[in-house]
Ligand binder design. Structure first.
Ligand code: FES
Ligand SMILES: [Fe+2]
Length: 413
C-alpha cells in the first residue's frame, strides 16, 4: 500500500512540476504594477487612482540600494538609472572600477549617461566634451578652454559592488557609509553559480516589502496554498499544502543594545556595529495528502539595511542562496529583484525552488499593489514582530528624509 502512496506522491510532484514550469514561462519577468491587459489594465489603473495612501513614513531611507547587476555594466559602458529622486550616471572604467556621478552635466545640463563616453577615470559629456573625474567629480578637461574653473565639479556618489550587484549609498543628511553589503564567499569564489533572476515593479512603500519577513501570520494565509493552485489544478491542490514553521524575526543584538542605550541615555556600545541587520528563520515542508512531508527547506534570512536581503536556503541536498534587492524608483514604486546562486550539482533543484519563490512572491505583490500603508495597525499579541520590525526600520530615517509629498514635488517639472 505504501508503494502506491509513494507512486502517487511522485506522480503528483511530476504534474506539479510540469504545471509550475508552464506558469513559470508566462510569469518569468513581469511588470506587476498593472496586472493583466486590455480592459483589466484600465480598471486597475483607475483603481490605483482611488487607492488610499495612508500616513506614510519618509519614502527614501538611508542605506545602500541596488542600481544595477554587475553583468549589466561592461567595461567603458555607462548607464542611466533614475531612482531615489536622483539621476545617476553609472559607469565602469577600463580597469573595472564602478563610478557614479550625477547624470546632469553642470555645464548646460546634458544627461551624461545618454551618449557620454568613459575616458580613463572620467566621464565625458556628449554635449561639449567636458570630462569629469569619477573619484571626486572634478572637471579634468574642457576641450576648448584654456582654464578649468575650480568650481567646475559634479556630485559623486559612493558605490560598492558585492555579490554581483552594484549599490549606491544614499543618505538624506549626506553622511558617509558606516557599513557595506558583504560579499558571500561561495559567490565570489564562483563555487556557487548564477541560476536566474527576476524583476518586479511594485506600487507600495519600500518598508512594506521587508515587513513581510516580520509578518509571521501571513505565511499560512498567503503562502500556504500550493504554488500550482489555479482553477484547473484546484483538485490537485486539495491534496497538498505548504507548511511554514520555526518562524522567527529578530534584529541584530547590537540594535537591541543601541536601543537600550538610547532609552537609558547611557553611552552607545562600542564594538562591531551591525544594527542595520535583522534575522529571520523559517522551515518549509510541502505536505502531501496530510501524510508525506517533502521539499524540506530551512531558510536563514538576513535583512541588510533598508533595501537588501540575503536568503540562505538549506536543503538535504545542499545549500543555495537568493539575493533580494528593493530600490525606490519613485516614492511609491519599488523595483525588486531576486538573483539566485547554487552549486552546479544543485542546478535543476535550485531552478525549481527559484520558480516556487517567484510564484510565492507574486502573491505578496498582488497584496502590496492594492493595500494602503497602515501607520497604526490593529495588531494582536502574535503580531508583535511587526512592531519590532517597524522600530528597527525607523533607524534608516533621519531629520531630512523626504516625505512622500516633498519627494513627489521634486520629481515634477
Ligand atoms: S552640457 Fe555637458 S559639456 Fe556642455
Ligand atoms: Fe510573503
Amino acid at each position: 500500500m505504501d508503494g502506491w502512496w509513494s507512486l502517487g506522491g511522485a506522480l503528483f510532484l511530476l504534474i506539479a512540476t510540469l504545471l509550475t514550469l508552464y506558469f513559470y514561462k508566462i510569469n518569468w519577468i513581469k511588470d506587476l504594477r498593472l496586472e493583466g491587459n486590455g480592459k483589466k489594465v484600465l480598471a486597475n489603473h483607475l483603481d490605483s487612482k482611488k487607492r488610499k495612501l495612508g500616513k506614510l513614513p519618509p519614502v527614501y531611507p538611508n542605506g545602500w540600494f541596488a542600481l544595477l547587476e554587475s553583468y549589466q555594466l561592461g567595461k567603458k559602458e555607462v548607464k542611466h538609472v533614475a531612482a531615489l529622486g536622483q539621476n545617476f550616471a553609472i559607469y565602469r572604467t577600463d580597469n573595472g572600477t564602478v563610478r557614479i556621478l550625477d547624470a546632469y552635466c553642470p555645464h548646460l545640463g546634458a544627461n551624461m549617461a545618454e551618449g557620454g563616453r568613459v575616458k580613463g577615470d572620467c566621464l565625458e559629456c556628449p554635449f561639449h566634451g567636458w570630462q569629469f573625474r569619477g573619484s571626486d567629480g572634478q572637471c579634468a578637461y574642457i576641450p576648448y578652454a584654456d582654464k578649468i574653473p575650480h568650481i567646475a565639479k559634479t556630485k559623486t556618489w559612493k558605490c560598492c559592488e558585492a555579490n554581483e550587484i552594484i549599490f549606491v549609498w544614499y543618505h538624506a543628511e549626506g553622511l558617509q557609509p558606516h557599513w557595506e553589503p558583504q560579499t558571500i564567499s561561495q559567490v565570489s569564489t564562483r563555487a556557487w553559480r548564477y541560476r536566474g533572476r527576476n524583476e518586479f515593479l511594485i506600487n507600495c512603500h519600500i518598508q512594506e516589502v521587508a515587513e513581510n519577513g516580520a509578518d509571521l501570520a501571513h505565511l499560512s494565509a498567503v503562502h500556504g496554498p500550493p504554488i500550482f493552485s489555479s482553477k484547473v489544478t484546484n483538485y490537485l491542490s486539495s491534496f497538498a499544502r505548504h507548511s511554514w514553521s520555526n518562524v522567527n524575526w529578530t534584529p541584530h543584538n547590537s540594535y537591541l543594545e543601541f536601543q537600550e542605550s538610547e532609552d537609558t541615555g547611557s553611552k552607545k556600545p562600542d564594538g562591531e556595529n551591525l544594527r542595520h541587520r535583522a534575522y529571520m528563520t523559517l522551515r518549509h515542508r510541502l505536505i502531501l495528502f496530510e501524510k508525506f512531508k517533502v521539499m524540506h527547506l530551512d531558510v536563514d534570512v538576513q535583512q541588510v539595511g533598508p533595501g537588501y536581503v540575503e536568503l540562505m536556503m538549506h536543503t538535504p541536498l545542499g545549500s543555495m542562496c537568493i539575493f533580494q534587492t528593493v530600490t525606490p524608483m519613485e516614492p511609491l514604486l519599488q523595483k525588486v529583484t531576486h538573483v539566485m546562486y547554487s552549486p552546479r550539482y544543485l542546478a535543476p533543484y535550485a531552478s525549481m525552488l527559484f520558480l516556487g519563490e517567484c510564484l510565492m512572491f507574486e502573491r505578496d505583490v498582488a497584496i502590496w499593489n492594492r493595500k494602503k500603508f497602515e501607520k497604526q495597525p490593529l495588531l494582536v499579541k502574535e503580531d508583535k514582530s511587526i512592531l519590532a520590525y517597524r522600530r528597527w526600520y525607523a533607524q534608516f530615517y533621519s531629520q531630512h528624509s523626504l516625505s512622500y509629498h516633498s519627494a513627489m514635488r521634486s520629481l515634477q517639472w
